[in-house]
Design a protein around this ligand. Structure first.
Ligand code: ZN
Length: 354
C-alpha cells in the first residue's frame, strides 16, 4: 500500500517547493495548524520532495519517491506518539509495527489517545539516525508528528539536550519537520529553535477528493459516518483528518454498546464471543477509546436507572463502573485487550446479576 496522497494545501506546496529550490528551506521547521488538516502528510510530502532525485521534485516516479510513498525510504524517519514502553524504551520492532499499522491504512490514522507520547527511546533513535550518513540520497528527513508530546523524562536530560542541539545546529544533510496542532504546548526551548509555518484548513474541493479516494472511502465505509459525500464535507469542516477521529469515536460508542450487551449474557462463552464479534477487544489504542465510551455508557445508564426510581439497578451499574475503570488502568499499562475483556465481562456480569 502507498500513502494516500496529500489533498489540498496547493499554495503551501508551491511555496515550500520554491523555497527548497532556492536552497532557502530552514533545516528545522514547525508545521502547525488545526487538527486533521494534514500536517504530518504535508511533512511526508516535503520529505519526499527533499529526497526526490528528479529535477522537478517530487516526481512520484523515481526510486526515492517510490520508497518515500511506501515509507520504505531509509532516509525518511516518521516519528509520532506511542504507548508508554513496557521496559523503558520502545524497540525498533515497536516502531516498525507502529509505522506498519499506519501504513495499512495508507498512512491515515486517528489522533493518538491522550496517554501516548514521544518517549525518550524515540528521541534517542532520532539522534542515532541523524548521526549517520544518508543511506540512499543526499539527506535525511525526520517528520515528528504531535511534537508537543515529546515527554521530558527523568534521567533523559542528555538525550533532550542533544535533540535541542540538533534543532539549533542542524547537520547540513538533515531536515527536521515538527508538526503540532497545539504549538503553545511545545517546550519553549523547542519552539524557539524552529521556523513556524502555518498549515491552514483545506478547501472543500480537496476534502471531496480526499473522501472519494478509494483508500479513504474504504476506511470510512464500515464506520458510523454519513455515507453522503456532501455531508462528510460539512462534517470535516476543512479538516478531513477529523473524519477519522469522528469515525473512531462513533465506532468506539458502538463497540461499547456491544460490550455492555455482552455483559448481560448469562454464559461466559456467549459474552466473550459477542465481545470479539464486535471487535471490542482489538488494537490497544482503539480499545482504550472503547473503554472510555463504555464508562460513558455506564454513567448514562446509571442516571437513567436513578431517574426511573430503580436504586438497586443504579447501584449494580455503578459497581460495574469500578471494573471498567480498573480495565482502563490495565489497558494503559499495556495489558492484552483480550485478557482485560474476558475478566471485565465476568465482573460486569456478576455485578449486573445481583
Ligand atoms: Zn522522485
Amino acid at each position: 500500500m502507498t500513502l494516500v496522497p496529500l489533498y489540498g494545501h496547493d499554495a503551501l506546496q508551491r511555496r515550500l517547493a520554491e523555497t527548497t529550490r532556492r536552497g532557502a528551506l530552514p533545516a528545522s521547521l514547525l508545521l502547525h495548524g488545526p487538527v486533521g488538516v494534514g500536517k504530518q502528510r504535508l511533512g511526508l510530502w516535503l520529505a519526499q520532495l527533499l529526497l526526490c532525485h528528479d529535477v522537478a521534485p517530487p516526481c512520484g516516479r523515481c526510486q526515492s519517491c517510490r520508497y518515500a510513498l511506501t515509507l520504505a525510504h531509509p532516509d525518511l524517519h516518521w516519528v509520532f506518539p506511542g504507548p508508554r514502553p513496557k521496559d523503558g524504551e520502545p524497540t525498533e520492532e515497536d516502531r516498525a509495527a507502529a509505522i506498519a499499522d499506519r501504513m495499512s491504512n495508507g498512512g491515515l490514522y486517528a489522533p493518538p489517545p491522550g496517554s501516548e507520547a514521544i518517549y525518550v527511546g524515540a528521541v534517542r533513535s532520532i539522534l542515532r539516525a541523524a548521526a549517520m550518513s544518508p543511506a540512499l540520497g543526499r539527506r535525511k528527513v525526520f517528520v515528528i508528528g504531535d511534537a508537543e508530546r515529546m515527554a521530558p523524562q527523568d534521567g533523559a536530560e542528555t538525550a533532550a539536550n542533544a535533540f535541542l542541539k540538533l534543532l539549533e545546529e542542524p547537520l547540513a544533510d538533515t531536515t527536521i519537520v515538527l508538526t503540532s496542532s497545539v504549538p503553545g504546548s511545545l517546550l519553549p526551548t523547542i519552539r524557539s529553535r524552529v521556523v513556524a509555518v502555518r498549515v491552514p484548513y483545506v478547501v472543500d474541493d480537496a476534502v471531496r477528493a480526499f473522501v472519494r479516494d478509494p483508500a479513504v472511502a474504504k476506511l470510512l465505509e464500515d464506520r458510523e459516518v454519513p455515507s453522503d459525500v456532501e455531508a462528510l464535507i460539512r462534517l470535516a469542516g476543512g479538516a478531513p483528518g477529523t473524519l477519522l477521529a469522528q469515525a473512531d469515536a462513533s465506532t468506539a460508542l458502538a463497540r461499547a454498546d456491544r460490550l455492555f450487551e455482552a455483559a448481560t449474557r448469562p454464559r461466559a462463552a456467549d459474552r466473550y464471543a459477542l465481545a470479539l464479534s464486535a471487535g471490542a477487544a482489538k488494537a490497544r489504542g482503539s480499545f482504550s477509546e472503547t473503554l472510555d465510551a463504555l464508562a460513558a455508557t455506564v454513567h448514562r445508564r446509571t442516571r437513567q436507572a436513578v431517574d426511573a426510581g430503580q436504586p438497586g439497578r443504579a447501584l449494580s451499574l455503578s459497581t460495574t463502573l469500578d471494573a471498567v475503570n480498573r480495565s482502563t488502568l490495565l489497558a494503559a499499562a499495556n495489558v492484552n485487550p483480550q485478557l482485560i475483556t474476558a475478566s471485565l465481562l465476568g465482573e460486569m456480569a456478576e455485578a449486573l446479576d445481583e
